[in-house]
Design a protein around this ligand. Sequence first.
Ligand code: ES4
Ligand code: ZN
Length: 319
Amino acid sequence: MPSPLAELHLHLEGTLEPELIFELARRNGVTLPYRDLDDLRARYRFRDLQSFLDLYYANMATLRTAADFERLTWAYAERAHAGGVRHAEVFVDPQAHTARGVPTETVLRGVAAGLGRAESELGLTSGIIVCVLRDRPVAEARRMLEESLAAGVPLLGIGLDSAEVGYPPSLFADVFTAAAEAGLRRVAHAGEEGPPEYLWQALDVLGVERVDHGVRCLEDDVLVRRLAAEQVPLTVCPLSNVRLRVVDDLAAHPLRRMLDRGLLVTLNSDDPAYFGGYVDDNLRQCRDTLGLTGAELATLAANSVRASFAGAGRKAELL
Ligand code: ES4
Ligand code: ZN
């Protein structure tokens, strides 16, 4: 892909490839409920977000040490860089690890080591966004934020992910206020499976600067006009939407419609090890299936840099 890209919607745990799952399981003495790679790969057909999350959380059992997280992060950085990514703001789910006895500090130190190596060896700049698991208790989210801030690792932001329907953003108003007071940037998944109302809450209750997914905004014309007027970035993930049945197939994806409505859309891979491709694969398949022009691809790349939290100097280098 031609233009430098920023990737803004990427779950590091969603870059855990099947081969690495088996390798880490062997090294860490974790027993997997799969016979072999083919048996594991056969489970990558999802009905919806929850059926994906069940496998995503199960496979994380193989990640135990800071070195494991460093390895995972470095592997992502190398692959993303090869696909044109020059800046990445990556999501991490600390609660998914503390729940099985791996401390937040272990996770974040490993991730930060991998990102440090990516910057020195590849020139890939980055930031860490810790995500609240919205289907777990609010008190646990508060603890996650405190532990993350105390981990001794620079943090860029706070996000909101996991099972969406039934867990409105407003539940986490206080956690997001505390994060903002600690200097963190705010983003949230909204309007992937959940209704447009969740985007309104993300904006007006949580005070987010970007919305992750947001594709269901198209059901609310007033909302679309606001997002366009304020140029709120939407981090769209087409291959993810196909695999999780948010859309019927890639040809039916509303990406083109979103661009035509004047929305600040960026293209991202979400959980590339699970959804059939990294960000360059998303771009290529959207170009081929939706007929995106060279100018539209360049717009998406420029949007990703503009929508990033990189400093003005770094943005100027990338634009
Ligand atoms: C996720 Cl696609 C998606 N949606 C919500 N939460 C997530 N965590 C990892 N991938
Ligand atoms: Zn996501």
